[in-house]
Ligand binder design. Sequence first.
Ligand SMILES: [Zn+2]
Length: 52
Amino acid sequence: MGSNSRKIILVCEICLNRNYTLTKSTLTQKERLEVKKFCSTCNQHTLHKETR
Ligand SMILES: [Zn+2]
């Protein structure tokens, strides 16, 4: 892993569960990530937002 990528956590917008972790490149993605992903707590697809 180079210095241009970092680990981020995706948090469900509704229940605030930390459901996903991923690595993103700080070179290509400067914006905050917002992804629709399945949340097992909400039992539906919800918006997940990047957190640190
Ligand atoms: Zn949720």
